[in-house]
Design a protein around this ligand. Sequence first.
Ligand code: FAD
Length: 308
Amino acid sequence: MNPLRGAILAAARSTRVRRGVESVRATRRVVDRFVAGETADDALECVHRLTGDGLLATIDHLGEEVRDDAGADATVAAYATLLEALATKDLARGADVSVKLTALGLDVDRAAARARAQRVLAAATAVGATMTVDMEHSALTDVTLETARELRATDPSVATVVQAMLRRTEADVERLATEGARVRLCKGAYAEDERVAFHRREDVRASYRRCLQVLMTSPCRPLVATHDPEMVTAAMELATATGRRADEFEVQMLLGVRPDEQRRLQGLGLTVRVYVPYGTQWWGYLMRRLAERPANLAFFARAVASRG
Ligand SMILES: Cc1cc2nc3c(=O)[nH]c(=O)nc-3n(C[C@H](O)[C@H](O)[C@H](O)COP(=O)(O)OP(=O)(O)OC[C@H]3O[C@@H](n4cnc5c(N)ncnc54)[C@H](O)[C@@H]3O)c2cc1C
């Protein structure tokens, strides 16, 4: 792994670094680029703006690795409040919520986390929204895929996420393809050992292309989550080659990353969904974004240096 990326992901786990950065007001501007805000109202405002531009949203209440039942229950309550508010503003239909199982207490009790995921799913279904189970680090791949599969038994629209950087993913995708699921294909945002993950950029891309090929030629609804122009072009070419209509797959990008490209693709008639994170627990999320791209890190460093 790139040493810079490793260092940033290590900083993501450091409380001391976090406190230092939080004390600098200027970093707020950086956070604002990638995070909708700290409250459900902030998220609603962001979704309203995106919807006005013809974009769809998947909303993530930030928080992960919750270590107690109270925290996990608070995550469920946050999603329930958000979904009700979306419905009140007539924004729920077509919206999606992205949920991390560790925010629902996976590290505490697997069965309880699954039950909480069912409650979030019920709240989403009740207002016409859908749910995606985000993928976390590789030690959780099996339990996450299994839980998503169990949730799909209740509601087949539940989306599963796979990470092209993992060596196992092609086999996982083959299985998911036969199940006709909604599958979000991303590269993977976590620091992983070379035994389980590809580290070379071109190997990750090659894996992404192979997985895309399987998904596009299957009964799945592929959710193509990437900002990489080569991957987006590959998806569009495969869709044309396989006769898949523009409303039969999605391109997904993160809030604040290539917003012009999001609008350009939407203008071409593609279905584009933006990942909208909100909440007070933005630290780990922000660090993963910085680790992905040195240009983001430079933007962050400039803001810290200006201390404005
Ligand atoms: C909707 C969505 C959901 C996700 N969900 C998960 C998840 O559940 N689990 C998980 O592990 N990861 C998730 N990720 C993160 C993902 O795994 C990658 O870490 C992240 O998307 C970076 O990979 P990339 O393919 O976008 O582009 P990269 O490999 O980072 O970059 C490739 C190329 O894309 C272009 N590019 C990238 N960023 C920019 C930019 N800011 N401006 C201009 N050009 C740019 C450049 O040409 C660059 O060379 C998600 C990503 C998205 C978009």
